[in-house]
Design a protein around this ligand. Sequence first.
Ligand SMILES: *[C@@H]1O[C@H](CO)[C@@H](O)[C@H](O)[C@H]1NC(C)=O
Ligand SMILES: *[C@@H]1O[C@H](CO)[C@@H](O)[C@H](O)[C@H]1NC(C)=O
Ligand SMILES: *[C@@H]1O[C@H](CO)[C@@H](O)[C@H](O)[C@H]1NC(C)=O
Ligand SMILES: *[C@@H]1O[C@H](CO)[C@@H](O)[C@H](O)[C@H]1NC(C)=O
Ligand SMILES: *[C@@H]1O[C@H](CO)[C@@H](O)[C@H](O)[C@H]1NC(C)=O
Ligand SMILES: *[C@@H]1O[C@H](CO)[C@@H](O)[C@H](O)[C@H]1NC(C)=O
Ligand SMILES: *[C@@H]1O[C@H](CO)[C@@H](O)[C@H](O)[C@H]1NC(C)=O
Ligand SMILES: *[C@@H]1O[C@H](CO)[C@@H](O)[C@H](O)[C@H]1NC(C)=O
Ligand SMILES: *[C@@H]1O[C@H](CO)[C@@H](O)[C@H](O)[C@H]1NC(C)=O
Ligand SMILES: *[C@@H]1O[C@H](CO)[C@@H](O)[C@H](O)[C@H]1NC(C)=O
Ligand SMILES: *[C@@H]1O[C@H](CO)[C@@H](O)[C@H](O)[C@H]1NC(C)=O
Ligand SMILES: *[C@@H]1O[C@H](CO)[C@@H](O)[C@H](O)[C@H]1NC(C)=O
Ligand SMILES: [Cu+2]
Length: 589
Amino acid sequence: MGYYNLLFKVVTGLLLINLATSTPTFNYLANRQSNSSCNTPENRSCWSDGFDINTDYDTNIPVGVTREYDLVITNVTSFAPDGYAKGAMLVNGTFPGPTIIGNWGDTFKITVHNQLSDNGTSIHWHGIRQLNTSTQDGSNGVTECPIPGDGGSKTYTFRATQYGTSWYHSHFSAQYGEGVLGAIQINGPASANYDIDLGPYVITDWYRRPAFELERASELATSQRPPVSSNILFNGSNINPDTTITGGQYNRVTLTPGKKHRLRIINTSVENHFTVSLVGHNFTVISTDFVPVTPIVMPSLFVAIGQRYDVIIDAAQAVDNYWFNATVQTGLCGATTNIAPASIFSYDGASTTSLPTDVGVPLDTVACVDNTGFTPVLARSCPSDQFNGDNILDITLATPTIGNVSVFRWQVNSQDIDIMWDKPTLQYVQEGNTSYPAAANVIAVDEANIWTFWVVQNENNVPHPIHLHGHDFLVLGTSDTTTASSGDLVVFNATTDVGSLNFDNPTRRDVAMLPSNGWLVLAWVTDNPGAWLMHCHIAWHVSQGLSVQFLERRNEIPDVMDLSVLEPDCNEWSQWFPNNPYMQTDSGL
Ligand SMILES: *[C@@H]1O[C@H](CO)[C@@H](O)[C@H](O)[C@H]1NC(C)=O
Ligand SMILES: *[C@@H]1O[C@H](CO)[C@@H](O)[C@H](O)[C@H]1NC(C)=O
Ligand SMILES: *[C@@H]1O[C@H](CO)[C@@H](O)[C@H](O)[C@H]1NC(C)=O
Ligand SMILES: *[C@@H]1O[C@H](CO)[C@@H](O)[C@H](O)[C@H]1NC(C)=O
Ligand SMILES: *[C@@H]1O[C@H](CO)[C@@H](O)[C@H](O)[C@H]1NC(C)=O
Ligand SMILES: *[C@@H]1O[C@H](CO)[C@@H](O)[C@H](O)[C@H]1NC(C)=O
Ligand SMILES: *[C@@H]1O[C@H](CO)[C@@H](O)[C@H](O)[C@H]1NC(C)=O
Ligand SMILES: *[C@@H]1O[C@H](CO)[C@@H](O)[C@H](O)[C@H]1NC(C)=O
Ligand SMILES: *[C@@H]1O[C@H](CO)[C@@H](O)[C@H](O)[C@H]1NC(C)=O
Ligand SMILES: *[C@@H]1O[C@H](CO)[C@@H](O)[C@H](O)[C@H]1NC(C)=O
Ligand SMILES: *[C@@H]1O[C@H](CO)[C@@H](O)[C@H](O)[C@H]1NC(C)=O
Ligand SMILES: *[C@@H]1O[C@H](CO)[C@@H](O)[C@H](O)[C@H]1NC(C)=O
Ligand SMILES: [Cu+2]
């Protein structure tokens, strides 16, 4: 078995190397090594010869280098980021896991080693376009079989065609809630100048009970509400709201007086959305997810799960300590026992032990709605005359009885997703088999390079952060969010609502909030053959079915990627999983 596995891995490795070197590349305007020597504090818009903030990254990308990483996932019995020790599943023993760093245009070769004894895994590189590399997307049951436990591995190879901030996380059931995640930082040009890059800042909810257990508890239709998080962690630490538990520390970030700092905020929560603010300071937003925007000054920022904001903080105030607050929103936007989650930003020279004194001005708690009105630097507009409201994704909450219990199932067009780990969609494509099970929620989009429009209609009062793989979407509009919590259902009407949509370079990103009882209209171009999930990023909801998969340009998929990489990995999975003590009890995602 050992020898066989080893052989398998070597062969798989070779295939991937071949895939990486034989994949057709872009038409380069300038075929030069990326060179950041012109990217200075005085001019962050410049990147290298021929590449700057205005370069169209859909067609023109620096050559870059290959960066190799190894990530090892283990089951840790005692981890205490806020003083309370609990079991966790971690990447290289840390939370967040190691940051994946590279430059715009680089190719990443990341080998994930699954040393869990009782779970598979698959790692999704959130926000990475995966142009022509759908097999590397890390969506088990869709683009691949999971990586078996007890030492299974897979090498993911993909190119950073865009730049900015993101994260990677497990897509194996509720596993990322156990801690399997880390940040991704792709250096590139920026739309405003700054002196110091503080790096990623991962903000997340944290639970004492295991995520798999919480997912099962939250699916019971008798449970009145989702589990309340025990704490909010800032870059992996915080004090404990329970004052009897010691050992936790406020996360502290040092600012250099007089300098401008870039902070890469990432919300990696399972269930909680927050609004972040820094007492006495504004944020200058320069990027929404992987999309650079015209700088815009904001006093606070709503960050939904999966969303990223790159902001600039000007350290122009008195040398002191300042609270960085994450205000959990009211309503159905998550809840935590920490009533005022915060970390501390300290100017260099201020006391490193004392707490900030200025508590700031309490924020209005809004009902879980996105900030909008951002203007992407690289404009993308779509033709309004092509719009119709025919493509509807209708989201409802069903309560089927399974066994003898009534459970919650989030359905899209009357079907909750339930994927098969051992038979991913791309394997159907390889076999030319179009008989996908109904529960795969496959939506075929065959036509190449057209704008495709989708109305996501919420028939329920719970807001959902909607995430799409393989694309950035244009957020054409949402229902009126000022009345979002009124409880009245607002149904999209193509005739009367089309006038409120913005087709002219609207906010563009890969996660957007679907309002309570309302709608969200999205558009993107079918320029990336592959199988792409669109799902709610609340871990419990996707586990309970809230997802579809767009099968884009099916006939072209075998031409742009090597699908033979699937079989050896799926064989390994099929040999390992029957001996696992646990079964698939949710959607698998
Ligand atoms: C993707 O594949 C198509 C078809 O082979 C090719 O024209 C295009 O350049 C490829 N794009 C990338 C980013 O590899
Ligand atoms: C900054 O770099 C950009 C892109 O290379 C260039 O067009 C611009 O002139 C530079 N600005 C300054 C002030 O040097
Ligand atoms: C790197 O950037 C500098 C400044 O723009 C330019 O002079 C130089 O030619 C570039 N080198 C390469 C290899 O692109
Ligand atoms: C993760 O841990 C493995 C094993 O200790 C090590 O080889 C690897 O370099 C680490 N990866 C990172 C990104 O630090
Ligand atoms: C992690 O360890 C615990 C305690 O030993 C065990 O019950 C659980 O099954 C393990 N989980 C995985 C995924 O290996
Ligand atoms: C993953 O492991 C956890 C225990 O750590 C268990 O509760 C869950 O059922 C396992 N899931 C699968 C599919 O192995
Ligand atoms: C967060 O932690 C990572 C290391 O895990 C570090 O690289 C990064 O700079 C930290 N972010 C901030 C804002 O301190
Ligand atoms: C993270 O996202 C969740 C869900 O959208 C939200 O409830 C929470 O407030 C966000 N956290 C931050 C720090 O923005
Ligand atoms: C923050 O922005 C507001 C509105 O632009 C402005 O009135 C205020 O002075 C700014 N605060 C700081 C600390 O720059
Ligand atoms: C920020 O957090 C601190 C510490 O929890 C709290 O005292 C303060 O009221 C919070 N301020 C805001 C504006 O949320
Ligand atoms: C449901 O079935 C389980 C075992 O299948 C049993 O333990 C439990 O008592 C049953 N509950 C009810 C309410 O019938
Ligand atoms: C949409 O609005 C138009 C104009 O008010 C109305 O005639 C039509 O019945 C509405 N459609 C639906 C499905 O409600
Ligand atoms: Cu949801």
